[in-house]
Design a protein around this ligand. Structure first.
Ligand SMILES: *Cc1c(COP(=O)(O)O)cnc(C)c1O
Length: 369
């Protein structure tokens, strides 16, 4: 079986990058101690400590839903609440896992009009009630970059962290694409996390080129107390942990984490530049990381689908295109060309102009089905 033509519907469509794959293969060279007491896991955790210039606590889990949910539940009692943006993955795409794992901590959702949280929004939400009847605000979580591809600058994170400190809130970052934010800002992971006041970061590996796996990083070691038990209870302690941790060694020690993210961001910028100004096609959000969100007439989106392009429209309210480590620039250019000609109303099949006749010469409509 072969893979079909590359699509940009999700950065999860991508395969495993060579650096992660090679280290996985090395880890497969023999046997090793189970449940994370192995040298691969030690080395991966040390690589994070080096990358973040901090003696942090690092845990490896299978996916982002678990990483976020367990991190948030470790910061909360069941009567606490977590402030998040309305578009936050923890609110919209984790099936209630944060509430479930925290035994009921409530998510307090920001205004629908605000794609990012701000100090003013956080302050208003955290101070709107202080009576015993309302779940006590305890954590702020931001997504970096956001689900719609917006990057919080270092200054924005610092300002959010300052209001958190003032109000007694912890700051958690859903960094499913944290690498893309570092690449976009050209700053170090330390500058964008603990140096800016972040307490706990979920660092995404899956969307950065690994098969599977996210790292939960506690910058303040005391906050990580018993987190290993939480992981085990939630079914997130891998018995053959080295296969979850070793790929990180390949990602971090080779610099692939940053190269991959830069490539994804560059492909998004490439598409954006190629379709800027196309009549009827608008960017729903500034293109700051590895995603492009478009609004276009339904007929244009239908035409793109007819040409075989896959994309989701339930996130951000438009057509979403995401670029991973393996995005082929030539394929990005094909997408741009198809968007341009679809918007101009020119029917095409593949890369040739559609012949508007049937095999027997009868005229045919523009549908290519
Ligand atoms: C992909 C993603 C996650 C992780 O999702 P899983 O499917 O649970 O691995 C978390 N947060 C954001 C913003 C994401 O895009």
């Amino acid at each position: 079986m072969t893979n079909s033509a590359q699509q940009f519907a999700s950065d999860n469509y991508a395969g495993i990058c060579p650096e992660a794959w090679a280290e996985m293969e090395r880890a497969n060279g023999g046997s090793s101690i189970a449940y994370g007491d192995d040298e691969w896991t030690q080395r991966a955790a040390d690589a994070f400590r080096q990358l973040f210039e901090k003696d942090c606590e690092v845990f490896f889990v299978f996916n982002g839903t678990a990483a976020n949910s367990l991190a948030l539940s470790s910061l909360c009692q069941s009567y606490h609440s977590v402030i998040c943006a309305s578009s936050a993955h923890v609110e919209t795409d984790e099936c209630g896992a944060p509430e479930f794992f925290s035994n009921g901590s409530k998510l307090l959702v920001g205004p629908a009009t605000a794609p990012k949280l701000t100090p003013a929004i956080i302050r208003a939400m955290a101070t709107s009630r202080s009576d015993i009847h309302f779940p006590k605000p305890r954590v702020v979580t931001i997504t970096q970059p956001t689900e719609t591809g917006l990057v919080y600058s270092i200054e924005e994170v610092r300002a959010i962290a300052a209001v958190c400190r003032e109000l007694g809130l912890k700051l958690h970052v859903d960094g499913a694409r944290f690498a893309h934010a570092c690449a976009a800002l050209g700053c170090s992971p330390a500058e964008l996390s603990w140096k800016a006041g972040v307490d706990v970061l979920c660092f995404g590996g899956t969307k950065n080129g690994m098969a599977v796996g996210e790292a939960v990083i506690f910058f303040e070691r005391a906050l990580a107390e018993d987190f290993d038990y939480r992981c085990k209870q939630a079914g997130q302690l891998a018995s053959k942990m080295r296969f979850l941790s070793a790929p990180w060694i390949g990602m971090l020690e080779s610099g692939a984490w940053l190269r991959n993210a830069r490539h994804g961001n560059a492909c998004a910028a490439r598409l954006a530049a190629a379709i800027a100004g196309v009549p009827g096609v608008e960017f729903l959000f500034p293109v700051e990381a590895n995603s492009v969100f478009l609004s276009a007439p339904e007929s244009v989106l239908d035409e793109l689908r007819r040409r075989g392009w896959r994309f989701y429209t339930f996130i951000g309210g438009g057509a979403r295109f995401m670029f991973a480590w393996d995005a082929d620039p030539a394929r990005v250019d094909e997408l741009a060309a198809d968007i341009r000609s679809a918007a101009a109303g020119i029917p095409r099949v593949g890369n040739r102009q559609l012949e508007l006749t049937d095999d027997d010469g009868k005229p045919r409509g523009p549908s290519i089905d």
